[in-house]
Ligand binder design. Structure first.
Ligand SMILES: NC(=O)c1ccc[n+]([C@@H]2O[C@H](COP(=O)([O-])OP(=O)(O)OC[C@H]3O[C@@H](n4cnc5c(N)ncnc54)[C@H](OP(=O)(O)O)[C@@H]3O)[C@@H](O)[C@H]2O)c1
Length: 308
């Protein structure tokens, strides 16, 4: 949208914190129709991105800012990994925004709100996909973005950029349905180091279904709007549609990065405790994934985050 070398706006209609796969995927599309600011971790990363990053088939030169100098923006989307949410919230708090919206996986809204007391702060969901291959960002399938009531301008900006987006009146139930999919597929694929499709076949299919059946009563008690057969069908459909994909948690394990297990399975374990319900298989998977993280931190040393 900004012609090359034109001055940067004093204030952006939209900013994205997190210049990773999904953040750059969204930003590159949005930048075709409006100014959008991208907030990178530091000066070094910002300078690299300013020179241009290939997103799909296009070279994209973002209006990029380091985390210690974010510009004012009307609306902010948070797309860092769940473990970096508190840092992203602190950045968002300095941007004088009307609203801050997480589109992360896992439940991060509580952490975001705890560290960012500005305007509206809430969490939507997205099934857009993207992955990084070196410095190249590849979109991996067009999905849909659901935002909570109050974030209508964000949905409108995404739609203007040609992305499917809408306000979901029952965003809480939608988040729980996404969490259901994540607690079933992500840790199981990560621990067994298989693509999602392998979870639908023996011997892992029984484990997958058991995880859904164990999680379902807890999520239902929190407001999930699916009965048990529908919950199983939802998880099977996502595993089938992403059969050839490596789950993000598996990618993190293979790259020896911290995973999002705290905000995913950790959140479920905490919900279960609140309701006095047992989720022993999820608890065991939580510990197994933690044991695979760098530094090999176990549950006794690192409790699940309080994000709900
Ligand atoms: N990728 C997908 O297809 C997809 C789909 C749905 C949901 N999601 C969710 O979206 C979120 C982002 O995923 P992703 O795949 O885009 O992850 P990613 O590629 O790892 O990108 C995250 C980015 O955030 C940056 N970051 C971390 N801390 C920061 C800070 N304090 N300030 C500024 N930037 C910071 C990281 O910087 P460095 O590069 O310097 O570490 C990285 O570039 C996750 O919650 C994920 O589960 C992803």
């Amino acid at each position: 949208m900004n012609p090359p070398d034109s001055p940067l706006p004093d204030r952006y209609p939209l900013a994205i914190i997190g210049a990773g796969a999904l953040g750059l995927r969204f930003a590159a599309r949005l930048a075709e129709v409006m100014p959008v600011a991208v907030i990178a971790r530091d000066d070094v990363r910002a300078a690299r991105l300013r020179a241009g990053v290939t997103v799909g088939d296009h070279l994209y030169k973002p209006d990029v800012f380091p985390a210690d100098a974010p510009p004012p923006a009307d609306w902010v989307i948070v797309l860092v990994k769940a473990g970096d949410t508190a840092d992203a919230a602190a950045i968002a708090a300095r941007m004088d925004a009307q609203g801050v919206l997480s589109l992360q996986n896992g439940l991060t809204g509580k952490v975001l709100r705890a560290h960012c007391a500005t305007g509206r702060v809430d969490q939507g969901i997205t099934t857009e996909g993207a992955y990084r291959d070196g410095d190249h960002v590849w979109p991996s399938g067009a999905g849909e973005t659901l935002v909570p009531a109050g974030f209508e301008p964000v949905a409108a900006m995404l739609a203007r950029a040609g992305l499917r987006a809408r306000v979901e009146p029952d965003i809480g139930a939608a988040r729980l349905a996404k969490l259901l999919v994540n607690v079933a597929i992500n840790p199981l694929a990560a621990v067994h180091r298989v693509n999602n499709g392998a979870l639908l076949a023996p011997p892992l299919r029984a484990e997958l279904d058991h995880l859904v059946r164990e999680a379902w009563p807890v999520l239902r008690a929190e407001g999930l709007a699916l009965d048990e057969p529908a919950a199983l069908a939802r998880v099977h459909a996502v595993a089938a549609a992403t059969a050839a994909n490596r789950a993000s948690m598996l990618q993190d394990v293979l790259a020896s990065r911290r995973t999002e297990i705290d905000a995913i399975t950790g959140a479920l374990v905490q919900m279960a405790a609140r309701h006095g319900m047992a989720v022993p298989t999820h608890d065991a998977l939580y510990r197994a994934v933690k044991a695979l993280e760098p530094g090999n931190r176990l549950l006794s040393e690192s409790r699940p985050c309080t994000g709900t």
